[in-house]
Design a protein around this ligand. Structure first.
Ligand SMILES: CC(C)(COP(=O)(O)OP(=O)(O)OC[C@H]1O[C@@H](n2cnc3c(N)ncnc32)[C@H](O)[C@@H]1OP(=O)(O)O)[C@@H](O)C(=O)NCCC(=O)NCCS
Length: 204
């Protein structure tokens, strides 16, 4: 069944926010309404079926992985069970990337260099063992602290910006903290990139 995909990035209305909160709750994807509302505001695109019912959503949240020290969108995708297995996932993910790539191309300075996914679904991980997946452009970059595969798909022509300040090294058990290395002068980052650095949920 072909789905109608609509771009909603940075245009999520209160009505759509409510619809997404109800959608995730109904499908037991995100039970907490406050968390769901915050996630809804990160929606990039949504899919509707032939009856106009919401059946899929992709969300993006700006993050700076300490190892990369460059901003990427942490991308998540959810389809309701009735609409899975129809071959919509890859075109939908590619559309989400295109929307964000175009958005960044229109900014005076891009806020993100590409898309980051954490493959939480073990069966999907087994289905896509290639280091570089050509249909989506996602390339393996390592593992998350939770042990899931991390992949990045860079935007066309993305250029490295000033690296975010290095993450503080984790203190090993029983080890005395050593002297804090003097921080080199860092080129300026945008406010959003600084926030992303301080709120990242993924550590190397
Ligand atoms: C992940 C998700 C968006 C995929 O959507 P979908 O409609 O099931 O996927 P599609 O039918 O478009 O299939 C896309 C590809 O993934 C493969 N695939 C999909 N589900 C799979 C599964 N459970 N196990 C193995 N492979 C799977 C398909 O075979 C297809 O590959 P192919 O083109 O080589 O045949 C959907 O299953 C979902 O919303 N799941 C719950 C949330 C989730 O797991 N999100 C991703 C977290 S990593």
């Amino acid at each position: 069944m072909s789905l109608d995909i609509q771009a909603v990035w940075r245009q999520v209305t209160p009505e759509l926010e409510q619809e997404l909160v109800a959608f995730w709750s109904r499908h037991r994807a995100i039970a907490d309404p406050a968390r769901a509302a915050a996630r809804a505001r990160q929606a990039v695109c949504i899919a509707r079926d032939a009856d106009g019912a919401l059946c899929g959503v992709g969300t993006a949240d700006l993050r700076v992985l300490p190892r990369l020290r460059q901003p990427t969108y942490y991308y998540r995708q959810f389809f309701d069970a009735a609409h899975r297995g129809a071959g919509n996932a890859i075109p939908f993910a590619n559309r989400a990337k295109a929307i964000l790539q175009e958005y960044n191309a229109g900014l005076p300075r891009p806020e993100s260099l590409g898309m980051l996914i954490e493959v939480e679904n073990g069966m999907l991980e087994g289905h896509f063992p290639q280091v570089h997946e050509p249909r989506t452009g996602y390339t393996f970059i390592g593992y998350s602290p939770r042990g899931h595969t991390l992949r990045v798909s860079w935007f066309d022509g993305a250029v490295l910006g000033p690296p975010a300040p290095p993450a503080r090294p984790a203190r090993l058990a029983g080890q005395r903290p050593g002297p804090v290395p003097r921080r080199q002068a860092q080129p300026q980052q945008t406010q959003q990139q600084q926030q992303a650095t301080s709120t990242t949920g993924i550590t190397p």
